[in-house]
Design a protein around this ligand. Structure first.
Ligand code: PHE
Length: 457
């Protein structure tokens, strides 16, 4: 059976950047910056993206392209069947992530419609909005349907095409929104908080937070880039592509900050006191900001903002769906269409408890109380804690250990040098030779153990 492939370099970059750019950039990044003390978090984040995440990305893409196989089969194709468990672990993490990610994407979709109707009051009834499970369920189902329709169209005809359309649209929207936000009163106080680091705020929590955020935002540790890498031609330069994908992801996150921090400066009259530090930033605070812009600016800005969020989420859900689909198509010989609808249905059902955990079901909303935590954690956040914060670093470290110690650096170097003759002997290669086998896996394992210990024990 003919496997799909990207039509060229731009297609791969658009799809992989589309996977990376998502809710993590526009919804997650700004509130984590706010939570992590502002600019210092941004600085640490940038260092981590290049020093630790880029090498992991290169390893994933190299494994994918060298094997020409999905994220499970890749390990077997390279001659190490026993290591397929890493791929399976990644698939499970991806399914869990997708199950709650789709719920949040459904909220974004619902908010786009509310904003278009000028209903800013939604901000004060966010709880009521998320408890209206029939409505939100339908929004989520629509989102899943669109994702699945794209994935059934295949790699170049579906995923690549959608990304090539959505990513430039997203860029234009975010730049326009950021420019407008910068013209608001007190925008500069927001920017100061965002860009001038206060080194006294640097601590372990900031570093760990930035690490987790960077890993999730770059879609690492669950085989998305192994899968996408397997659709890349041998003549392509995957090293420069990975640099561009990383830059694109960072740029969109940074631009999201340029859009949101001026808004926070505006709404706090420049004091930046008590700015929201949690997930409510986008769904509760921003609609208030839009309301105070007056008409028609509020409606236009609000609708564009949430549409932007939907576009970003869509290219990510596409990649989350493609990973298991690719596995079922390659290794279980399912037809792409059947595999897609099957996985989409399973994930939608898996997401139902998360859907119910934002107010509708008391048991799921107060799902668990971690030791030493005052408040209960809802089911959706619990799944995120397990999948994003714990499984991704674990799986990421195993992928890196596999690439550098089992498959071996020599083979990975050769793969990275295909389409990039200057790679051998380059500074990056020399850095990779030290960082990949001896530093990065231990950092990731450290992140894994600390997160598990701090969260669950
Ligand atoms: N990177 C995506 C985001 O930032 C989420 C994602 C994680 C997508 C893992 C695919 C795989 O929203």
């Amino acid at each position: 059976m003919q496997r799909g492939s990207f039509s060229g370099r731009i297609g791969f970059i658009a799809a992989a950047a589309g996977s990376a750019v998502g809710l993590g950039n526009i919804w997650g990044f700004p509130y984590k910056v706010s939570n992590g003390g502002g600019a210092i978090f941004v600085l640490v984040y940038l260092i981590i993206c290049f020093a630790f995440c880029l090498p992991v990305m290169l390893a994933e893409i190299a494994i994918g392209r060298a094997s020409g196989s999905n994220s499970v089969g890749a390990f077997a194709k390279l001659g190490f069947r026993k290591w397929r468990g890493i791929g399976m672990l990644g698939i499970i993490a991806g399914l869990l992530i997708f199950s709650f990610y789709n719920v949040i994407a459904g909220w974004a979709f619902g908010y786009t419609l509310e904003m278009a109707n000028g209903n800013f009051g939604i901000a004060d009834s966010f709880g009521a909005f998320t408890s209206n499970v029939v409505k939100i369920g339908i929004y989520g189902a629509v989102f899943m349907l669109i994702t699945a329709l794209i994935v059934t169209q295949g790699v170049s005809g579906g995923i690549e095409k959608a990304s090539k359309l959505l990513m430039p649209a997203l860029l234009v929207m975010i730049v326009a929104l950021a420019i407008y936000a910068l013209t608001l009163p007190h925008a500069m106080e927001g920017i100061r908080f965002y860009l001038l680091p206060d080194f006294s705020k640097l601590n372990g929590k900031v570093i760990m937070g930035a690490m987790g955020q960077a890993f999730f935002s770059l879609s690492l540790g669950m085989g998305a880039l192994i899968t996408f890498g397997s659709y890349v031609g041998k003549q392509e330069n995957i090293v420069s592509s990975a640099v561009i994908i990383t830059l694109a992801d960072i740029t969109i996150a940074i631009l999201a900050g340029f859009m949101i921090f001026p808004l926070l400066g505006f709404i706090t009259n420049g004091t930046m006191n008590d700015i929201p530090q949690g997930p409510e930033l986008v769904f509760v605070t921003l609609p208030h900001v839009f309301a105070s812009m007056g008409e028609p600016y509020g409606t236009i800005f609000g609708t564009c903002f949430f549409l932007l969020l939907c576009f970003a989420a869509l290219t990510s859900t596409v990649s989350l769906l493609e990973v298991p689909v690719s596995y079922l198509v390659d290794d279980w010989k399912l037809k792409r269409r059947s595999a897609t609808w099957l996985v989409a249905a399973v994930i939608f059902v898996m997401g139902i408890p998360s859907l119910l955990s934002a107010g509708y079901s008391a048991n799921l909303t107060n799902f668990i109380r971690y030791p030493n935590h005052e408040k209960h954690t809802d089911f959706l956040s619990f799944v995120a804690n397990v999948a994003n914060d714990s499984m991704l670093p674990l799986c990421g470290s195993l992928i890196v250990i596999f690439a550098s110690h089992i498959w071996r650096m020599k083979n990975m170097d050769a793969e990275l040098a295909l389409g990039n003759p200057t790679y051998q002997g380059s500074l990056l290669q020399r850095y990779m030779r030290i960082a990949l086998p001896y530093i990065i896996p231990f950092i990731l394992l450290f992140v894994f153990f600390t997160t598990v210990y701090k969260t669950f024990f």
